[in-house]
Design a protein around this ligand. Structure first.
Ligand code: DGJ
Length: 707
């Protein structure tokens, strides 16, 4: 039994290492008593020490308190007072679901507050479901997924912010008096400029390997708001939910509305500990095919952009197959009849192959890939159209648009969003995938892009409900297909979207140095198996930086490795280096993709280098990354102390992707986990390579194997 019922009204939910306790007295508000490290001996006496807080505060009765929920009743009354009626606890295979069944003490409005435990991942998801039990419509004006009171202290939060090509930058700051708000109203790409996740450090400035951390992730692809209120009380109050101001929910008689889930985790092993919980839960319960190794691919975008042609695709397939890759993905530019897709100004929605570019159609590409022993994938953007397209000419009413206003057009000056709230639009978007798959059943991978915000007034909730219905249908028809979630780069890295997808494109910025920062932040909440990281050309197409091929490889190898380059422009020596890297990646793929993360030295600390590692579940293997982040002559770095190893086992060290003329002094030698964690390894500041490979970028990848 995983629940501890202390008194009739006190309920403690336990996961392997955490406890969340409530006071649920019938005829009173639900109170939260405790959330943190497991307290198996929680007694009534201990509970008397806590001042229980409102678990899900509603607006009205105490109008001065910030609320997670607010509604307007049919008579105009704007107050809600939820009293517990009863509670129920049900087991599911990974834990339990607590339902606290509450009802307004005057109006016919029911709110069920849920808490679902994931025992082995130390995760608790919370959400609410509201039911209008009256005869007339009720309007919900605020409907957060959850609220968590956090005891006042030196509490810090780490959030992710950014923009296109600079996603997931880490921002850490103390919670001071007043409000901190993270709001995203892009509508379609809710992780481009901010993220719906946060790490809350209870012990001051967060550390990677120590300190108490609460992690929170709102599993929702649309508009959201995360709010922290630090007032004159003893608590910081955290709220998270759908951004309600564009989207009041009107509940007709008998209708219900369920919010997205807010996933909460607690770790006393610092940020990396909380990340490991998110990764394990994500791989097991959220990400599509989270237990299946991802293929190493070449994507055509940075190699040829819109210049798609059959011979060029065959050549790229030959090249990636020749380097040991397993998949080729043809990106944008392959479609359009009346309006050929030669740039981003036209053609979205006209999903017919452009036979001027590809005379043999998609079929000849799939066949060629099969003959070369690799799989084939293709890019689509099913939610979008351009005002210059045959689709828009036929269905101008299918787009999201404000009545009586000019259309706001996005990418290329003509891109608009199809209104997925309409069933016929969902049917069309489904047909984009369905037609491709019916005609070419061997397509193994779809890159699903989305490059436009929802710039015009619409119900964001209705859009995302339409998106969910579409994705459900796609997954029902094509359960095994690998689908990448891409949205102008990393615009849809969110746990509300990923259950339909296998991975996401982390950023359109493939510069290795900036990727270290972007991938670092992304790894707070998302596992490496989901993070597409590609080796690209230099000078980098976004930042124009020139880095060494080894450096680019060593960074990309810390995620789901791929290539984003024109191999035709590479030298034979460069291809050989990539061939070796791909073969080395195959050795470490299970450790990277299923392992536990330990971030060691943050690039954000600007120490001149950054380092992180993954350990295998059985602690018999690990892979360590060390990247220099700036280059000053006479730099001195400390020994690199590792983490997460078995102190009593001995690990043999092998350098991967080695180009250095001489092996490391400890190449092939073995050290105890204790030695590696306490004393650490000496990492030379530069790579000692032959003259033609010298650059100002240095990096190392080390494989550790237990003897
Ligand atoms: C944006 C994506 O992030 C890129 O990788 C590429 O697919 C382009 N769209 C294609 O238009």
């Amino acid at each position: 039994m995983n629940v501890l019922v202390l008194l009739a009204s006190i309920i403690a939910l336990n996961t392997a290492n955490t406890t969340m306790a409530f006071q649920a007295d019938p005829g009173a508000e639900l109170k939260i008593v405790y959330y943190g490290a497991k307290l198996p001996d929680l007694t009534k006496g201990a509970l008397d020490n806590y001042s229980a807080q409102r678990a899900y505060p509603c607006y009205g009765v105490i109008a001065t308190e910030e609320a997670a929920f607010a509604a307007i009743h049919p008579d105009g009354n704007r107050t809600v007072q939820l009293w517990v009626e009863d509670t129920s606890l049900q087991a599911w295979e990974g834990g339990q679901v607590l339902c606290v069944n509450c009802k307004d003490n005057y109006y016919p409005l029911r709110v069920k507050i849920y808490y679902k435990t994931f025992r082995d991942q130390d995760m608790i998801e919370t959400w609410i479901e509201t039911v209008n039990e009256g005869k007339k419509p009720v309007t919900l004006t605020r409907f957060d997924s959850g609220h968590l009171p956090i005891r006042y202290d030196d509490v810090w939060i780490s959030t992710l912010y950014g923009t296109w090509a600079n996603e997931a930058r880490v921002n850490s700051e103390p919670l001071t008096r007043g409000w901190k708000m993270i709001r995203n109203i892009d509508g379609a790409r809710n992780s481009q400029t901010s993220h719906a996740e946060v790490m809350i450090s209870l012990d001051g400035k967060p550390r990677e390997d120590a300190g108490r951390i609460i992690g929170a992730a709102l599993c929702w692809g649309g508009n959201y708001e995360l709010r922290f209120q630090t007032n004159d009380s003893d608590y910081h109050h955290f709220f998270a939910g759908i951004y309600p101001e564009h989207d009041n929910v009107v509940l007709a008689k008998g209708k219900s509305f369920a919010t997205p889930h807010l996933a909460l985790t607690f770790s006393d092993s610092g940020l990396s500990g909380a990340s490991r919980n998110f990764h394990r839960w994500g791989r097991k319960y959220m990400l599509r095919h989270g237990d299946v190794e991802r293929r190493i691919l070449l994507n055509s975008w940075e190699g040829v952009y819109f210049k798609i042609n059959e011979a060029g695709m065959f050549q790229m397939m030959d090249d990636i197959a020749g380097m040991g890759g397993e998949l080729f993905v043809m990106d944008d530019g392959w479609f359009g009849d009346k309006y050929p897709r030669n740039n981003d100004h036209t053609s979205l929605g006209d999903w017919v192959v452009d036979t001027r570019k590809l005379p043999g159609g998609v079929g000849s590409l799939v066949k060629a890939a099969t003959e070369k022993g690799i799989k084939f994938g293709i890019w689509v953007e099913p939610e979008m159209t351009n005002t210059v397209s045959e689709l828009y000419e036929a269905h101008p009413d299918w787009i999201v648009k404000s009545e009586n206003r000019e259309i706001v057009q996005g990418r290329g000056g003509t891109q608009v969003v199809l209104n997925l709230a309409k069933k016929e639009v969902q049917d069309f978007a489904f047909s984009v995938i369905d037609n491709l798959m019916k005609e070419n059943p061997d397509i193994a991978y779809i890159k699903w892009d989305a490059n436009c915000k929802l710039a015009m007034d619409c119900s964001n909730i209705a859009y995302w409900e339409g998106f969910a219905a579409l994705c459900d249908r796609v997954r029902e028809a094509y359960p095994d297909l690998t689908i990448q979630d891409c949205a102008s780069g990393g615009g849809r890295a969110n746990w509300g979207v990923l259950p339909w997808f296998d991975e996401f494109w982390v950023s359109d910025n493939t510069d290795a140095l900036q990727r270290i920062y972007i991938q670092w932040g992304t790894s707070y909440f998302f596992p490496a198996i989901a993070m597409a990281a590609h080796i690209s050309a230099t000078p980098n197409h976004t930042v124009r930086r020139t880095t060494s091929l080894k450096y680019r490889i060593d960074v990309a190898m810390s995620g789901r490795l791929g290539m984003e380059i024109q191999p035709k422009d590479m030298t034979e020596e460069e291809k050989d280096i990539c061939r070796k890297a791909i073969s080395d990646y195959k050795r470490i793929r299970p450790i990277v993709q299923f392992g536990d993360i330990h971030r060691l030295v943050s690039p954000y600390d600007e120490k001149g280098y950054a380092s992180m590692m993954y350990t295998s579940e059985k602690l018999d293997k690990a892979v360590v990354y060390w990247w220099r982040t700036h280059n000053f002559y006479d730099d001195h770095f400390p020994r690199l102390r590792l983490s997460g190893l078995d102190p009593d086992r001995k690990y043999k060290v092998t350098e991967l992707n080695r180009l250095d003329l001489k092996p490391l002094a400890y190449e092939g030698k073995s050290f105890s986990g204790r030695f590696l964690m306490e004393s650490g390894l000496e990492i030379p500041a530069t790579n000692n390579v032959k003259a033609s490979l010298r650059s100002d970028w240095s990096s190392r990848v080390l494989l550790l194997e237990a003897e």
